[in-house]
Write a protein that binds this ligand. Structure first.
Ligand SMILES: [Zn+2]
Length: 130
């Protein structure tokens, strides 16, 4: 029996210029990371990557993109309110152990409506070591 519940979530940056929806298995956990950028943002991210086909973005033109280091990740943020609603994978290093594929999304769960982010099962990932 397949008990997986697939849901559609609605999300936005703070000012509402960038809105997006995505389908995902029910979100019960989140991720925090200690890498140089995540520790500054302090956000809780989706535990899994989402395929581009699962995400629909409105107001993409309001986003700016930040990259650093190996430029493997597109760090997007809203030009008006500064909130970073999601990252996407720009390229996957050959030695990367994870399941990411280019174009995959990781969501800032704080942008998701109807989600009590701090009550999720939160895992800490040692991104600084990558
Ligand atoms: Zn905004």
């Amino acid at each position: 029996m397949n008990t997986t519940t697939v849901r559609t979530y609605s999300a936005s940056c703070h000012c509402g210029a960038v809105r997006f929806t995505f389908t995902s298995e029910e979100i019960t956990s989140g991720l925090r990371c200690n890498c140089s950028i995540c520790i500054r943002k302090g956000i809780v991210m989706s535990s899994s990557y989402l395929r581009p086909s699962a995400v629909e973005v409105e107001g993409e033109e309001h986003l700016s993109r930040y990259q650093f280091g190996d430029k493997d990740v597109n760090h997007f943020f809203c030009r008006t309110c500064g909130v970073a609603p999601f990252n996407t994978v720009a390229s996957v290093p050959p030695d990367y152990p994870g399941p990411a594929r280019p174009g995959d999304y990781r969501i800032n769960l704080g942008c998701v409506g109807d989600l009590d982010v701090l009550s999720l099962d939160i895992h800490v990932v040692d991104g600084r070591a990558f």
